[in-house]
Design a protein. Structure first.
Ligand code: AVJ
Length: 319
């Protein structure tokens, strides 16, 4: 086998069926909603990469700082021979970790975006010719089947993406992580932290409009895949802090009364002016909450590291 292999856990038609189900369900519901995973076609993945460079979007830089300063500690504590990364995207931050994990044999990046996986796999192999890269196109909420790889294993879920899950989804997810790991394996979890509302909202509503374009890209995905006739100009990008739930909500708000046809799911979706589609939640965390959620899944938090501005945290937890 070549050092880079790409496996589709989800066949392309299963992905299409999942999109149809999510759109049919989510746009018929009250209030309307769409799962954030459909942002990430090739264009959406590009836009997200652009978001990570914006002055107001601090999580990527904060997490990179922690990874840079703690990579050696993580390597020593885990001795990982296999690194599994969920939602790996460009694998950019992971490079520091891979460099520090001296005994690393296999890297398993997992993402819904095949374009991101291919690009990342090739770049990584160029820098680490001895590494086996086994990329998986998969939705970790649906299918956590992994290739057999040598232990100890370190499963990384970075960027704060766990915040895209509702609390009950997080509990189910962490339990499936526990079940995937063997005793002595570890989870490295990135979580954005609760902070003042202005900082949070600015991170999700940048003046450059990149996050707005990213949010509206889901409408183009529906237009392309399901033959929809959304006009992105009919919707405004909205980012709100839900203080009770401690999460940011991204929404698309209809600017006028409009009915959108989506022949791919046999739907005509009426919007009243001012009506929202909730397209993402991005939960923000506190240490005690993270510890408790991990413990409920029988994962023991051993390290909690924050960046120099205390905006973001990396947790290391062992099964
Ligand atoms: C990739 C899920 C971590 O929630 O901050 C960025 C996605 N959404 N700007 C996040 C996102 C709007 C991001 N995650």
């Amino acid at each position: 086998m070549s050092p880079l292999s790409i496996t589709r856990n989800l066949p392309a038609d299963a992905t299409a069926a999942a999109l149809r189900a999510d759109v049919a369900q989510g746009l018929s519901a009250t209030p309307k909603q769409l799962p954030p995973k459909w942002f990430y076609d090739a264009r959406g993945s590009e836009l997200f990469e652009e978001i990570t460079t914006l002055p107001d979007y601090y999580p990527t830089r904060a997490e990179r700082e922690i990874l840079l300063t703690r990579a050696d500690h993580i390597a020593a504590a885990t001795n990982a021979r296999t690194l599994i990364e969920l939602g790996s995207g460009s694998s950019d931050k992971t490079r520091h970790l891979i460099g520090a994990l001296t005994g690393l044999h296999t890297y398993v990046p997992i993402d819904v975006s095949e374009s991101a996986l291919t690009a990342a796999g090739e770049t990584l192999l160029a820098g680490h010719p001895g590494l086996t890269v086994h990329a998986l196109v998969a939705d970790f909420q649906q299918d956590m089947t992994l290739p057999g790889t040598p232990g100890p294993r370190l499963l990384a879920f970075l960027g704060g993406t766990i915040g895209n899950l509702l609390p009950e989804e997080r509990a189910a997810f962490l339990t499936s992580v526990h079940d995937l790991l063997s005793p002595g394996d570890a989870l490295l979890l990135g979580t954005d932290l609760v902070k003042d509302e202005a900082t949070l909202v600015a991170a999700y509503d940048d003046p450059q409009g990149v996050t707005a374009a990213f949010n509206k890209n889901v409408l183009q995905v529906i237009n392309r895949e399901l033959d929809g006739d959304f006009d992105p100009a009919d919707f405004d990008h909205v980012a709100v802090w839900n203080a009770a739930e401690e999460w940011i909500e991204m929404r698309l708000r209809a600017r006028r009364d409009v009915t959108v046809k989506i022949p791919g799911v046999d739907l005509a979706v009426p919007f009243a002016a001012g009506e929202d589609i909730r397209t993402e939640i991005s939960a923000k965390f506190r240490q005690e909450g993270v510890r408790a959620e991990l413990a409920a899944a029988r994962l023991e938090l051993t390290n909690w590291w924050t960046d120099s501005t205390d905006r973001f945290a990396l947790s290391l937890a062992f099964r």
